[in-house]
Each structure stands twice: as C-alpha cells, then as structure tokens.
Design a protein around this ligand. Sequence first.
Ligand code: KIV
Ligand code: ZN
Length: 506
Amino acid sequence: MDKVIIFDTTLRDGEQAAGGTLNIQEKLQIARQLEKLGVDIIEAGFPISSPGDFEAVKLIAKEIRTPVICALARAHPHDIDRAWEAVREAEHPRIHVFLSASDIHLLHQLKKSREEILQTSHDMVVRAKKYTDDIEFSPMDASRTEPEYIYQILKAVIDAGATTVNIPDTVGYAIPDEFGHLIGGIFQNVPNIKQAIVSIHCHNDLGLAVANSLEAVKQGARQVECTINGIGERAGNASLEEIVMAVKTRKDFFNLTTDINTVQIYKTSRLVSELTGFTIQPNKAIVGANAFRHESGIHQDGVIKMPITYEIMDPRTVGIPASSLVLGKLSGRHAFRERLAELGYSLNEKDLSRAFAAFKELADKKKNVTDRDIESLVAEEQRTVSEAYHLDRIQVSCGDRGIPTATVRLIAPDGQVLADAALGTGPVDAMYKAINRLVGVPNVLTEFSVKSITEGIDAIGEVVIRIESEGITYTGRGADTDIIVASAKAYINALNRLLAAQGIAG
Ligand code: KIV
Ligand code: ZN
C-alpha cells in the first residue's frame, strides 16, 4: 500500500498564527512529541525570521534524530545559507525554498516578471542543493497561478535538484475539485515530475483545507503539509489529525497508509493547545471534547448496544483515555503514578513528588479527580518549573459594596519576597495592577478568557491570557479551583515568558 508522507508544520506555519508564539524549550517539547507521534518531517521554523527561530531550529536539528528536520527559506541566498546553518546538524536535514508564483503577487508585491521568478527559483534550488540533497520547493500562491506557469516552474526546480515540489493553497482559495485538477494536471504536464514527490499545503480560509488536501492525495500527491489542531496563519492549516484519521478510517476508499502512531494524537493535540494557548473548540473533529460524546438518547442506546452504530472510530485509536477511573483523596502515590503512565506521562521522582503533592491538595478540594484534572495539574507543574517570578500568595476582596482590592506576594528571581496591594475595577484588574507594580515591565493585556475544564461546581478553572510588549504577544496559562488564583498564575506565566524572551530574567 502507498504511504502518505506527513510533513508537520506546527512549529513554523502553526506558530505563525496570531498570538501563538512559542519559546525555544516549548518548541523542543513539541518536536519531541511530534517524533513520538511518528511524523515524517518536522518543519521546525524559518531561521532567517529571528535569532530565536534560528536557535530553535538548530536545537531541534541536534536533538530530534528520527524525522527529517526542515528549515524554511525565501528564495534569497542569505536565507538559504541561514537555513542550512540551522539544520546542518540534523540526521536528515531539508531546506524548503519558496517564492511567489501568482501574477497577483508578482505584480503587486514582488514587482518581478515571470521570467525573473523562473530563473530565481531555479538558481536558489541550485544554491540549496550545494548543501544537501533533500530540497523542497514551493511556488507560493500556486492555487491562484496559471497552471501552465506552475508546470514550467516545477520542471525548472526539479531540473535544479528539488526532490519535493509543494503546491500551496496559500490563501485558502481553492475548491476541492479544482485543486484536484491542478494536481492531476501537474502529473500529466510536468515531464520530470516522477523525479520528485508532489506535496500539498492547504490553508483553511474557506474551511476546505482538509478536503483540498484529501482531493490532492486522491490525485497522487504523496506528501501532506499540516499542523496539529489545524493551527496556522489566519484560519489555519489543514489539520494533521483529521487527515491522518480520514486516511486510516477510510482505508477502503484511499488504499493508503501513514506512519503516524495515532494513539499519540490526543496527547500531541493537548500539548500544542497547552503551549500555544489556543483552546480546542468542543466540536473539533478527532480531538474536540465532544468528538466522541453522544448526547441523543437514540445514539446512546445504539452505542451501548454496539459502538459501530454511531462511532466510526474507536476513541482509543487516537489516544483518548478509555478509563473512567477517577482518583480521590484516598488514592496513593502508586495509583497516581499508574494513572499518569496510562495518560502518557513519565515524570522523574522530583516532578512526580511535586505533582503528587498538588494532586493531594486538589483532592482535598474536589471529590473526584478526573483525567482532565490530572492533565491540567501536570501542565501547571511544568509551567512553574523554570519561572523567574513565582506567585507566593494572593488575596482579594470584592463584592458589590466595597472597592475590589488585591494583595499579592511574589518571590523574585533573586529569592526576595515582594508584596504590594492595589485597587481595581474588579478583583482580576486589582490583582493585575498589584503584580504589574511588583514586576515593573510595561505590557498591555489583550485577551483574557476563563473556562472550566471539567464539569461540576468544584471544577478546575483554566485561564488563558495574552499580553503584548514591544509588538510581541505572550500567552500565559494558569489553572486552579479558584479562578482568581488561576488568573494570577496565568498572568505570572505570561510575564515570565516575556521576561525570558527579552532576556531580562529567568
Ligand atoms: O502558505 C504558504 O504558501 C506557505 C509557504 C511558505 C509554503 O506557508
Ligand atoms: Zn502556509
């Protein structure tokens, strides 16, 4: 059976999503999980875009040995040299060169002729080829480019040594049938096409990224570029989990396979959501909270009698924990460790002790501790491991009579205990003002959201906030049964990320 190559671009196009910035360690953490997931290629970043991106690609190239590690480069000599510097230590390096091809881009953005673009595409692939054999080329905005011109570009770059040619629907404009025709036409009209893998890269502006990708696969494309949870520029990219599960579930139709270890999907999805701060909509296919929940009585009756009646996939195949086992305050360290292992976490003794202490504290407040609670708890522990400022105490007073007041105590990077109090329009505002006075780094709060991660009045509340400083957005998350405490943790988390990125502390 033919294999579809899975090219994951969560760390590059995914990270381009507004507000989705990740730091170097977070990128490495995601890359490790992508390796476990079994992706063939990790597009680790765009090295020329910033020193941070360069360092992240370099680190991933050094550490992650099984997948191909790819770096993106514009069709400029300096970009290509920098991309190579970043991936040169990879076991399997790839350079991905791109250049706009549509008349719209040529006329309004690049102000270049088709001949110039054709020549540059060829020459830059030749340049990249001096560094490594594995070269991918993308004619950007291909879906709005005259097909005959795409054929010419592809022929030229394959002659120059490109081993993968990628057809991007950059602005998510294509319709499945039309995109399928474009791919079919490429196979028929590019004379040297057999010397390269045909790849596709679809954006989701019309909600068609997965449909377009699958149509292209039907036409013979054998590499799909996609992201976890479909995150990416604007409306996002094609979602990896949807493509992989469509190919797997409808093997009868596609007669294709992937090397994805599907039981790692859920964990990868949670990790990406956690680190980017992008929550997953409940009805999101495959990984949404409702994706395997049956509400209607008729459906529930069918599923109890035989799951296949209303379930086309077994939730366990994507790693959704099947166990309904809940832990409580009498559960011991052993049971806690077992449950963590079943959820895919392997913590060292020190982290286990911290997580177990947090679990006991939670179990005192909450009768049943569910898998989602445990995931949130482990995430919370991981967030606090390398923080500069640590939230020591917070106390608020609020109500419809008095002026909301917050008193905050923080531990500074040098171990000093800092305390202050502030008034605000509400308890969260007061708390943010007090923290800001203590930390003293200018920033603007641009987003604040709170949600309960499990049902029930004693549920853990999870807060996601975004702050902006010098044009860059930093996301922070915090979880606690008390939403004011969760808000303070989220704010400290975002500030710590800002401080680390600006090299001020941490
Ligand atoms: O959407 C796009 O065209 C891209 C290219 C860089 C492949 O992301
Ligand atoms: Zn893209």
